[in-house]
Design a protein around this ligand. Structure first.
Ligand code: GTR
Length: 331
């Protein structure tokens, strides 16, 4: 017995030494992160920088490996992979997350924000935090870390300049995989075609769709401008993005490490915004230099677009009425 006790004591000591010694300190976790956008895109850079900070603050216990350019698939795939813990970070549009966590769809209502500044005030404030928490508490295997800016979305196409809504008539327009957007495009006279982002370039090129809709950086830096020569600034959607984290990975972290990750995520939200402003301008400059015809919709015509989406509001608006009211009250 004595021998056994002393054996046990020695073993415990050895394990403790191991636990506090270099062997455990060197245990490393590399978090996989997925983004549909290429290197240098604001969302990609912000998550990479978050990773560098996490790496430094944890002495390399945690680091981030970014997989940009849809290397791990589109956004639907990224969300699913994060849910099962195959990857840790998915930076995705709220357009793609809405079908998974319905509360988020309030941000997918066309023209719900007055402008991008209004949207920023909403995501930076209590409503933004509540929706991040809704994701975390949804039981869907995700943690809502932070928001990211994605400007306003505009129509572009391979056929002709869209100057008024009538020009959209009968056009096959790719939208994100969310029924709200199909109905939005249809209510404006087009034919909404829901499709993953990974298929858009080829669909435009082969004529499977006539057009799509997105912000200037996506239009330009994901190369859609090479095939779609007409870009109409109508700003029908201002949809922010979210950086979500796998609940599985989250639960395996200590409270202290979780707090660090949250802190760096909040910093990433602000960093991405600064990068975004510059990138959006660069995208517009690049589009102009490439000879893209940029059509600015007049205020009167914008009103026509806005009026046209009434059926979308009639169908989805009532469900989000209370939040919409609060959004409208934000200055
Ligand atoms: C972009 C957004 C992506 C993706 C894409 C799309 O603006 O950054 O996350 O959602 O739009 O249209 O699918």
């Amino acid at each position: 017995m004595k021998t056994f006790v002393s054996f046990l004591a020695t073993t415990i000591l050895a394990v403790t030494a191991l636990a506090s010694g270099p062997a455990v300190a060197q245990q490393k976790t590399v978090f996989k992160a997925s983004d549909v956008h290429p290197a240098n895109y604001p969302t990609v850079v912000a998550v990479e920088n978050l990773g560098k900070k996490l790496d430094a603050a944890t002495n390399g216990r945690y680091s981030v490996q970014m997989y940009p350019s849809m290397q791990l698939g589109g956004e639907k795939e990224a969300i699913e992979q994060a849910q099962i813990g195959a990857i840790a970070f998915a930076r995705v549009s709220v357009g793609a997350l809405g079908p998974v966590i319905d509360d988020l769809n309030v941000f997918n209502l066309p023209y719900v924000f007055r402008n991008t500044t209004h949207m920023q005030h909403v995501i930076d404030g209590p409503i933004g935090q509540e929706l991040l928490d809704k994701v975390t508490n949804s039981g869907k295997g995700l943690v809502g870390l932070c928001w990211m800016d994605a400007g306003a979305r505009n129509f572009y196409n391979t056929k002709k300049p869209i100057k008024t809504m009538a020009d959209l008539k009968g056009m096959k327009v790719r939208v994100m995989g969310n029924p709200m957007f199909v109905e939005m495009a249809n209510s404006m006279g087009g034919n909404g075609v829901a499709m993953g982002y990974d298929q858009v370039f080829s669909a435009l090129q082969t004529g499977v769709v006539d057009g799509a809709e997105n912000n200037p950086p996506s239009f330009v830096f994901d190369n859609h401008y090479q095939v779609a020569k007409y870009y109409t600034v109508d700003e029908h959607l201002i949809v922010p993005e979210m950086l979500v984290f796998s609940k599985k990975a989250w639960d395996a972290m200590s409270k202290e490490d979780q707090a660090l990750l949250m802190k760096f995520a909040k910093e990433a939200q602000q960093e991405e915004r600064k990068l975004w402003e510059v990138y959006e301008q660069q995208a517009m400059d690049k589009a102009k230099a490439a000879g893209i015809q940029i059509i600015q919709v007049s205020d009167a015509d914008k009103k026509a677009f806005q009026d046209a989406v009434k059926p979308v509001w009639d169908k989805y608006g009532p469900k989000y009425e209370a939040t919409v009211k609060r959004i409208q009250e934000v200055k």
